[in-house]
Design a binder for this molecule. Structure first.
Ligand SMILES: [Zn+2]
Ligand SMILES: [Zn+2]
Length: 600
């Protein structure tokens, strides 16, 4: 199709128009009395259409082929798409029986924008300013993907509408490639793999967005945390532990109650327990104020700086239920947090050290490609609040930019990505599907130290305010490990694998030998499991492969007699027979080097 539809803005017009053709197709098929059109935007990967079904109308995925063929018909009719500006009165008359459009019209009027109606052919019209293509035959290929419920304006207090998701591309080939990628992504969906491999669950009784780590995934986390601690010690950090809750006064002082209130769980009132205690406590959304209070617990000298304190700090943030997603968007999570308090002359060096540390840790954990973003303020946005002086912000933003430029790291600016207290450098990990995941963040804070009255005595004997950096290398354990599941499709590197070797006795006669090998491997710190179920060897191999266990040690009469094992990898490769010691040496080498590959 025409090249004008291939760029991002072309795709947007194309998908916007495809969504309207979906609506038109449904009107043709079901008539005007079955649903109220509510809204239908184009998105990054397609479009959706929200409507309120009436008179017992229902749409399911079974109806998609029928709707899709009507869409194709409208596309082949090459109907012109034209637009027209209306007055409020004209528009209100046109949409008199649709409460959603009347709602839109009022909103448009309040924003003092033009009222634009478009026509597809002569009989279909809707309220929308576009952008659109100029004729339906420019739309190319359309596919409907799923049906879901969605609240009007995403608000739980509003009516539940029906949403149809779809996507559109200039050509069938591009659509097919996209659908293939979706299938791949589904196979890697950490929620499905989490179920199949018994890794984690989220339970209605516990609460949405709160992750229960099952034993197997807890091993993965424990290994990462052990590595994380070792490396932090090596990089000159000290650990601290801080409480999960803190008094309202603390969060008032830190600015969280003013700037981060919507993200916090409501306060816990102590008055019912103790009428004399009128204090409220808040569950912590961040650990920073606690670390600051440790800093302030005694006078500090310039000689002590930089201070690098780290904590695997569990925090809670109230995310809207609509955005919760498995382990990737949650309400309770453990940050791999650290705060660096330093002098001005140490600051650039500290940021560079963190960048080096982040690259090294991400690479070890399987992410060699990282995309860099500089998160700055959105000066246009009136809804976002930033604390502190403009002058300080400008200096902070330009200093971080200079660090990246000096290192010759190419980066993109994320306008509006800054936190309320400062700008940041974000490193997003690129996974095996080419998708980006938020991981490392290095935030400069030129606000909290002054706000909390943090000081140190300088070489000049005077009091100075230090600079503070907030940083995480992995982000949170929940999001990072969720990402890791998708990245490796559940097949973790050997050092992280919950079970590293599955021992498969061919008959019951080898069970004693299986026990013996298990205890030898266990003594060597290799995690093993014996599959002594009365099943065929082929079934046992299939099960262990499905469980993504890196190695299967198959033992029959011959192996038992010669004290060897026959080794198979989860990728299907047969490594042949080797002595137990040989196998131990190979696996231990992989574990100690944190190898991302199997033996062969
Ligand atoms: Zn539109
Ligand atoms: Zn912090």
């Amino acid at each position: 199709m025409s090249s004008q539809n291939s760029g991002p803005s072309g795709l947007l017009s194309l998908r916007h128009s495809a969504e309207h053709v979906l609506t038109q197709a449904m009107l043709r098929l079901y008539g005007p009395n079955k649903f109220f059109m509510a809204m239908g935007p184009a998105t990054d990967d397609g479009f959706y259409f929200d409507f309120e079904p009436v008179n017992g109308f229902k749409v399911s995925e079974d109806d998609f082929p029928k709707i899709e063929s009507e869409i194709q018909k409208i596309i082949s009719e090459s109907l012109p798409i034209t637009k027209k500006e209306l007055t409020l009165a004209e528009a209100k008359k046109l949409f008199a029986d649709n409460p959603y459009k009347l709602d839109w019209l009022n909103a448009i009027k309040n924003r003092d924008e033009k009222i634009i109606v478009f026509y597809t052919g002569s009989d279909f019209f809707d309220l929308c300013a576009g952008p659109h293509v100029t004729s339906t035959d420019q739309i190319g290929a359309v596919k409907l993907l799923s049906v879901a419920g969605a609240y009007w304006h995403g608000n739980e207090k509003n009516k539940m509408l029906t949403r149809i998701y779809g996507t559109a591309f200039p050509s069938q080939k591009e659509l097919d490639d996209y659908l293939h990628n979706i299938e791949e992504a589904k196979k890697r969906d950490h929620r499905q793999i989490g179920k199949n491999l018994d890794l984690f669950s989220i339970d209605d009784y516990v609460g949405p967005g709160l992750v229960l780590w099952h034993p197997k995934l807890s091993i993965v986390r424990e290994e990462i945390e052990t590595y994380w601690r070792q490396e932090h010690r090596r990089h000159g950090y000290q650990y601290v532990y801080t409480p999960h809750v803190g008094l309202a006064n603390l969060w008032q002082k830190s600015g969280h109650l003013d700037f981060f209130h919507a993200g916090m769980y409501p306060p816990m009132s102590m008055a019912s327990k103790d009428p004399d205690d009128q204090n409220n406590y808040y569950v912590k959304p961040m650990s920073c104020p606690f670390h600051i209070q440790i800093y302030k617990s005694r006078p500090r000298s310039y000689r002590e700086l930089p201070i690098r304190w780290c904590e695997l700090g569990s925090v809670y943030r109230y995310e809207e239920s609509g955005v919760l997603h498995g382990m990737l968007r949650v309400r309770g999570f453990t940050q791999d947090d650290a705060h660096i308090v330093c002098r001005e002359d140490q600051f650039i060096d500290e940021v560079n050290r963190i960048l080096d540390f982040a690259l090294e840790m991400n690479r070890t954990l399987g992410f060699s490609q990282l995309n860099t973003y500089l998160s700055v303020r959105d000066l246009e946005s009136k809804s976002t609040k930033y604390v502190g002086e403009n002058r300080v912000w400008e200096l902070a933003e330009s200093t971080l930019e200079k660090i990246l430029t000096d290192r010759q790291i190419s980066f993109r600016k994320d306008v509006g990505g800054a936190k309320f207290y400062g700008p940041a450098i974000d490193l997003k990990a690129v996974d095996s599907m080419g998708r980006e995941w938020q991981g490392t963040t290095i935030q400069l804070d030129m606000n909290l130290p002054a706000r909390f009255g943090m000081i140190y005595t300088g070489q000049d004997g005077q009091e100075h305010t230090p600079i503070m950096l907030h940083r995480t290398l992995l982000g949170s354990m929940e999001r990072f490990v969720g990402t890791l599941i998708e990245h490796f499709a559940g097949a973790f590197p050997v050092w992280l694998s919950p079970v590293q070797a599955e021992i498969i006795p061919i008959t019951d006669n080898q069970n004693d030998y299986a026990q013996k090998i298990a205890s030898v491997l266990n003594d060597q710190g290799i995690r093993v499991e014996i599959d002594d179920k009365s099943e065929t060897m082929q079934n046992k191999i299939r099960n262990a492969t499905a469980q993504k266990i890196p190695y299967m040690l198959i033992i029959g009469a011959r192996e038992a007699a010669s004290e060897t094992v026959s080794v198979r990898q989860r990728d299907g490769q047969d490594l042949g027979t080797m002595s137990i010691n040989e196998f131990i040496a190979k696996v231990k080498e992989q574990i100690t080097t944190k190898s991302l590959n199997l033996i062969k």
